[in-house]
Design a protein around this ligand. Structure first.
Ligand SMILES: Cc1ncc(COP(=O)(O)O)c(C=O)c1O
Length: 499
C-alpha cells in the first residue's frame, strides 16, 4: 500500500491568504503538531522539497518555516540533511497544549495569588468599563476637542524628531513641557516654581501613588477629606498608609476634627479649589490653618488642583501652594479635565528638597510619559491653545450647568435638589433625607441614566445621600431628557417603597 503523505496523516494544510503568509502558516501548523504531541520528539520530518510538493507550494516558505522552527528549538538538524523534532520538548508542554486533553484537566479551585495590599477599585467595578451615558460625571466635551490641531502637532514632532528622541530622557519629563507648565501654573494659579521642580506623570493618579510610596513609610498616617476622591484613597491604601477620614464643612477639610481623630499626620490630601465631590472651595482661614498644622507637624500637604480651571460665578482662587512659605505643599495638576483623560498626562510640583528622590522613584516605575505627546502638549500650552480651549469649554459648561440645574428644578418633584456650587463639570444633587443613594443610583442606571452615589466617595455613613451628576459632556437636550428620566425613576422608587 503506498505510504500516505505526512500532511494528509496530520491534517497539515495551508491556503493562500492575504493576512497570514504561507511560511507563517506552516510554522504555526508544524509547531502546533509538536506541541499537541502528534509529532513526537525525534520524529523525522519529510524533506522540504517533498513537503512543498505535498502542499503544492514553492519550497521557499517551507525552508523559511523550518529555519524558524530550528532557530526556536522545536526542530533539530540541518535544513537539507534531515530534520527531526527536537528531543528537548518537555512532556508537560505537550500535555497542556493538547486541546482535547486540556478540556479533561481537573479545574483548579485555587484562587490566583495576589498581594493582600492589592487595592479594590469599587469605581472600576461599576461605570468605568461601560459605554458612556448621560449624566456620567467628570468627562470633558468630546466635540470641543481640538483633534485636528492635536494630530498636526504630534505629526510635526515626529517629523522634526531631534537627537533627544533617541534617549530615554530625564525622568522629570520633557524639559520644554516642564517649562510650559511652570509658566502656565504661575500665571493661572500663582504657583511658585522652577521647571526643575516639575515632574511629568501619567495623570494625577500616578502623582498620588508616587507621593504615597516615596514620601511616607508603610503604616504612616494621611488625613483625607471625607467624602473624598476614592482613587486617591485607593492609592494611599495600596501604599499601606493609614488613611484617616476627616469630615468637610462649608470651609473645606475640618482641621480641628482631624486633630481630634489623629493629631500627628505625616501627610494631608486636599482638593481646595473644588472639594471632591462636594464642589466647595476651601476658605482662606482654613488654608492658613492647614498650612500652620502642616508646618507644626512636619507633614506634607498634597494639593490636588484637579478642577481649578473650571470655575465660574467667581474668579479663580490662587493655589494653596502659593501661600506656603515652608515648602510643605506638593502641587498636583492634570490635563484630564482641561484636555482629555486619554492623554494620561499630569504633573507634580515638588519642593526642591525632594526633587531627586521623586525623580529616582519615578524612573523605577515608568521613566516618563510618551515623548511625542509631551512635546505636542508643550507646544499646545506654549502657543496659548490650552487657555483658548479652556475659555471655549468654560462657556459650554456654564450653559450645560444651567441646563442641568433648570431641569432638576423642573422635574425634581421633591426627589432631587441641586447643590449651589456653580463650578466644575459636575454637581451633587441631594436626595430627600433617608433615601439610600446607592439604591437611587441603581434605579437611575436601570432607567438609562449614569450617576455616581455620593456615598461611594465616603467612608462614614452620610447624613444625607446624593447623586453626583455630570453635565460637561452632554448637550442641553440630552441633559434635560436624562434628568426627566432620572426624576421619574426616583419618584417611582419612592412610591413603590412607601406603598
Ligand atoms: C479629585 C481628582 N483628582 C484628579 C483627577 C484626575 O486624575 P487623572 O489625571 O489620573 O485622570 C480626578 C479625575 O476624576 C479627580 O476627580
Amino acid at each position: 500500500m503506498p505510504k500516505r503523505p505526512l500532511t494528509v496523516l496530520l491534517g497539515l494544510n495551508v491556503r493562500t491568504s492575504r493576512d497570514v503568509p504561507l511560511h507563517r502558516q506552516l510554522y504555526l501548523g508544524i509547531r502546533g503538531l509538536i506541541l499537541d504531541g502528534r509529532l513526537k520528539p525525534g520524529a523525522r520530518l519529510p524533506s522540504t522539497r517533498n513537503l512543498a510538493n505535498e502542499l503544492m507550494v514553492s519550497r521557499t516558505p517551507v525552508l523559511n518555516a523550518f529555519e524558524q522552527l530550528i532557530f526556536e528549538g522545536y526542530l533539530e538538524g540541518k535544513v537539507g540533511s534531515g530534520t527531526r523534532v527536537s528531543a528537548c520538548i518537555p512532556g508537560d508542554v505537550r500535555h497542556l497544549s493538547s486541546s482535547t486533553e486540556l478540556a479533561h484537566l481537573p479545574k483548579s479551585r485555587r484562587k490566583p495569588r495576589v498581594a493582600r495590599r492589592a487595592p479594590v477599585y469599587l469605581f472600576d467595578k461599576t461605570l468605568s468599563a461601560m459605554p458612556i451615558r448621560p449624566l456620567r460625571p467628570g468627562l470633558p466635551d468630546i466635540g470641543s476637542l481640538p483633534l485636528k490641531l492635536w494630530s498636526r502637532l504630534t505629526a510635526k514632532h515626529w517629523r522634526e524628531a531631534g537627537s533627544e528622541f533617541t534617549q530615554h530622557g530625564d525622568s522629570l519629563g520633557f524639559l520644554p513641557l516642564r517649562k510650559a507648565i511652570c509658566e502656565y501654573v504661575s500665571r493661572s494659579r500663582a504657583v511658585r516654581c522652577e521647571p526643575d521642580q516639575v515632574l511629568i506623570t501619567s495623570g494625577a493618579q500616578q502623582a498620588l501613588y508616587l507621593c504615597a510610596t516615596t514620601l511616607l513609610d508603610v503604616g504612616e498616617t494621611i488625613w483625607m477629606e471625607d467624602p473624598g476622591y476614592p482613587r486617591a484613597r485607593a492609592a494611599f491604601s495600596s501604599a499601606k498608609l493609614k488613611t484617616v477620614p476627616v469630615p468637610v464643612d462649608a470651609e473645606g477639610l475640618e482641621v480641628s476634627a482631624g486633630m481630634k481623630k489623629q493629631p500627628a499626620p505625616q501627610m494631608i490630601y486636599v482638593t481646595p479649589s473644588f472639594q471632591c465631590p462636594l464642589g466647595l472651595m476651601m476658605s482662606l482661614p482654613r488654608r492658613f490653618e492647614l498650612l500652620r498644622i502642616a508646618t507644626e507637624k512636619n507633614a506634607w500637604i498634597l494639593e490636588d488642583d484637579y478642577f481649578s480651571e473650571y470655575r465660574y460665578g467667581t474668579n479663580p482662587v490662587a493655589s494653596l501652594q502659593s501661600l506656603d512659605r515652608n515648602d510643605r505643599v506638593i502641587y498636583i495638576g492634570n490635563f484630564s479635565k482641561s484636555v482629555v483623560p486619554f492623554l494620561r498626562i499630569g504633573f507634580l510640583i515638588v519642593p526642591p528638597s525632594i526633587v531627586n528622590i521623586i525623580r529616582m522613584a519615578r524612573s523605577t516605575v515608568s521613566r516618563q510619559p510618551p515623548g511625542v505627546d509631551q512635546a505636542a502638549l508643550a507646544e499646545f500650552i506654549g502657543e496659548g491653545h490650552l487657555e483658548r480651549h479652556i475659555r471655549a469649554t468654560l462657556q459650554i459648561y456654564r450653559s450645560r450647568h444651567e441646563a442641568l440645574v433648570d431641569a432638576i428644578r423642573q422635574y425634581g418633584n421633591g426627589m432631587l435638589e441641586p447643590s449651589a456650587t456653580g463650578i466644575g463639570m459636575y454637581l451633587v444633587a441631594w436626595l430627600p433625607r433617608g433615601v439610600d443613594d446607592r439604591r437611587a443610583a441603581k434605579v437611575a442606571f436601570a432607567s438609562g441614566v449614569d450617576t455616581v452615589p455620593l456615598s461611594s466617595f465616603s467612608v462614614r455613613p452620610l447624613r444625607r445621600g446624593g447623586l453626583v451628576l455630570g453635565y460637561s459632556a452632554y448637550d442641553a437636550k440630552r441633559i434635560r431628557t436624562a434628568t426627566r428620566h432620572l426624576c421619574d425613576a426616583l419618584f417611582n422608587m419612592k412610591n413603590t417603597t412607601t406603598n
